[in-house]
Design a protein around this ligand. Structure first.
Ligand code: PAF
Length: 285
């Protein structure tokens, strides 16, 4: 089933609540792949009812980013959702979410702004305002669906940490469930943006996971000096790569680590041509 309006979705959810069903929400921007599939499967397994939202959220794209060309594959998305056994796709229009004329500037729209300490680094540094847009839309989805559980991938680890902080700080009654990164056999983390890569670029994209796996292997052998671990990345990079960041940060509050430990997450972002890819790995279990 697909629903496009907030009113209809609210009615459906109200009925579920009356029956005492638990509700899971899987927020997505569509172009669903096996990574999303694993989130939906987790929700279907854990909750009586599952809503998958498909909404390319304009306010989390920065000027010059790929909002217009972001892949939109609603028919295939609906098929995948039905196949996994989720109950409904919620696919609102920007107008439905943000109102008549959908004026998206923060002069006119109430935003949820995550703390500066969490957004002045990693992706937040180059994508200024991105996490304001994410927190605002996720907060709206939480208010619309009022789920018991919401499922997010560890692939967007900074997003996950920021959303957990939002839920805690704003006392939102939802439990966030973190789901592991799904990778191709080659190691490449699944992402809707992989669709932009040519075959050659896909090959270059393997550098992300190779760098991370190698750093983890070195850490497991006893190296914990962050500069020594960072140095190991360079042998995987060539002139097709433009490294945006390789950083070692705490898994709870994103504080910088000088010495790696089990709570350290290694974050990487690099550009291949115009395609910006991210990945991360936790050094401990
Ligand atoms: O991770 C995403 O796909 C998006 O940032 C999200 C959480 C669906 C919000 O638009």
């Amino acid at each position: 089933m697909i629903i496009h309006t907030i009113k209809e979705l609210r009615e459906l959810v109200k009925g579920w609540r009356k029956e005492g069903y638990s509700i899971g929400l899987v927020p997505t921007m569509g172009a669903l792949h096996a990574g999303h599939r694993s989130l939906i499967e987790k929700s279907v397994e854990k909750c009586d009812k599952t809503v998958v939202s498909v909404f390319v959220n304009p306010i989390q794209f920065c000027p010059g980013e790929d909002l217009d060309k972001y892949p939109r594959t609603l028919d295939e998305d609906e098929e995948l959702v039905n196949d996994v056994g989720a109950d409904v796709v919620f696919a609102p229009s920007p107008k439905e979410m943000y109102g008549e004329g959908h004026i998206l500037s923060n002069d006119f729209l109430t935003y949820v702004i995550p703390p500066y300490f969490y957004v002045d680094k990693l992706c937040g540094k180059s994508r200024v305002g991105h996490f304001d847009g994410v927190c605002t839309v996720v907060n709206k989805l939480f208010n619309i669906v009022q789920p018991d559980f919401a499922f997010f991938g560890e692939k967007d680890r900074q997003q996950l940490i920021i959303l957990k902080k939002m839920v805690k700080d704003l006392n939102i009654p939802v439990e966030i469930i973190a789901c592991p990164i799904v990778r191709e056999k080659s190691g490449l983390a699944l992402s809707s943006r992989n669709k932009y890569l040519t075959e050659d670029q896909k090959n270059d994209a393997l550098a992300l996971s190779k760098i991370l796996f190698n750093i983890k292997a070195c850490y497991n052998k006893g190296i914990n000096d962050v500069s020594a671990l960072s140095e190991t990345a360079y042998s995987y990079l060539n002139s097709n790569h433009s490294l945006e960041y390789l950083e070692f940060r705490d898994c709870n509050d994103l504080d910088e680590k000088k010495t790696a430990d089990d709570d350290t997450i290694v974050f990487i972002a690099l550009k291949i041509g115009n395609v910006r890819l991210i990945d991360n790995i936790k050094l401990g279990l």
